[in-house]
Design a protein around this ligand. Structure first.
Ligand code: ADP
Ligand code: ASP
Ligand code: MG
Length: 409
């Protein structure tokens, strides 16, 4: 007998019929003799609707109340799944985040899980009940409801698996596993049987939303065996594993993209020590994360001025522009240009550590399609480029072919 955690995403619990299908899948694990804890997302589209209600109520909102509203979607699916299980003869009970509790930081709308009390659900599971737990939500030390950031149910599931010492954490979603790139954009994308924690972490952090980045961090830290698989088929999914479990490592394991980027260029910034510190200090004080940065060498002979380009999330663009403008006098730039129509495309692979020329192939492939690269950034196992948003799909497809990743359509 094993203890397992199953997580079902929004599409998998989109309506009552699908929740009933999920209940049957859970029953399958129970009938196989396993103890099961299930983590559920809100029904597809519900969290977006709730966020929209909050934004309609006021553009500048209090994130504590945002959390009260957006955490409610998962409450509904938890109760419904417990009922669906009971109605097919599987004893089940649900617990909300505050009831366990799932303790988090107080960073509302992006809280981090700090610990999960499992005593009560373990007792219940040992007595033969399935435990149902809503994803995405928790409670802060100040006794307020929190949420973990979009896609956060993945993290709830992995953290619960770690806290319960579960043998497996199966993440059920609407695709068959982790693919070489988003299968909804590139029809020739191939499913990976295995991917390393490190590569999955990079892929998630540069935009592959199949797993929330933080869930991979938690899995890696606690050695949780995560499998990503489909709610709609019985095919084996993708296992996230340590590097030594992969026998034949491909050079590039995946390509990801993020449309959640916006670019700001400051033209004619003073080329003096301390200027970058001032700009990025002001942005940090405003709680704005900066991703890619490029500063050009001064074009003029006196090295008096230079251009500085950086990216922020689309949601932060307006605030970032306002923040920089508020320091305009100090920074002495000539012009500020902003562009929300950009996309970041990244190639990821641990093979990069030992092979040269991977970035060059990326640049050539984009050049061959006439795609201009606006900003470049790299890490040990990743190269990212910023390009115009209209070329996103073309870039993904051509890079997929360039690195020999194409499978059957
Ligand atoms: P869930 O609601 O189950 O959490 P998500 O929508 O958050 O599902 O994540 C699944 C989606 O992730 C897929 O439908 C797919 O479009 C997208 N995706 C992006 N990159 C990848 C990738 N490399 N492999 C698989 N899916 C990906
Ligand atoms: N329902 C939340 C969201 O849509 C959390 C999740 O589904 O993972 O972001
Ligand atoms: Mg998700």
């Amino acid at each position: 007998m094993a203890l397992i955690v199953q997580k079902f995403g929004g599409t998998s619990v989109a309506d009552v019929e699908r929740i009933q299908a999920v209940a049957l899948r859970v029953k399958g694990e129970v009938d196989a003799g396993n103890q099961v804890a299930v983590v559920v997302s809100a029904m597809a589209g519900v969290t977006n609707q709730l966020v929209d209600y909050v934004e309609q109520t006021g553009k500048l909102y209090d994130t504590q109340e945002y959390d009260v509203v957006v955490s409610s979607g998962e409450q509904v699916t938890s109760g419904l799944l417990a009922l669906a299980l009971q109605s097919i003869g599987v004893p089940a009970r649900s617990w909300l985040g505050w009831q366990l509790p799932i303790k988090t930081s107080s960073a509302h709308a992006k809280a981090r899980i700090e610990g999960i009390e499992t005593e009560e659900i373990l007792t219940s599971m040992k007595a033969g009940n399935v435990a149902v737990v809503p994803g995405f939500q928790g409670i802060s030390q100040k006794n307020r409801v929190t949420t973990l950031g979009r896609g956060g149910s993945d993290t709830s599931a992995v953290a619960l698996a770690a806290a319960l010492g579960a043998e497996r954490c199966d993440i059920y979603t609407d695709v068959n596993g982790v693919y070489t790139t988003d299968p909804r954009i590139v029809a020739k994308a191939k499913k990976l049987d295995k991917i390393t924690y490190e590569e999955m972490l990079e892929m998630a952090s540069v935009g592959a939303k199949v797993l929330q980045t933080r869930s991979v961090e938690v899995a890696m830290k606690h050695g949780v065996r995560v499998q990503v698989r489909s709610s709609f088929s019985d095919e084996p999914g993708t296992l996230v594993v340590n590097e030594d479990e992969i026998v034949e490592q491909e050079l590039i394991s995946g390509i990801a993209y993020s449309r959640d980027e916006a670019k700001i260029t400051l033209v004619g910034v003073l080329d003096q020590p301390g200027i970058a510190a001032k700009i990025f200090g002001a942005l940090a004080d405003a709680n704005i994360n900066v991703d890619m940065i490029v500063q050009n060498v001064s074009a003029d002979v006196n090295h008096a001025a230079t251009d500085l380009t950086f990216t922020v999330t689309k949601a932060d663009l307006e605030r970032a522009v306002a923040t920089v403008k508020a320091h305009a006098q100090d920074l002495g730039y000539k012009d500020l240009q902003s562009d929300p129509n950009v996309v970041k495309v990244s190639v990821i692979g641990v093979g990069m550590r030992s092979h040269a020329g991977i970035a060059q192939r990326m640049f050539q492939s984009l050049a061959d399609k006439g795609i201009n690269i606006q900003v470049i950034s790299t890490s040990e196992i990743k190269v990212s480029v910023l390009i115009a948003e209209e070329y996103a799909e073309l870039a993904l497809r051509s890079l997929h072919t360039t690195y020999g990743l194409d499978g059957d359509e």
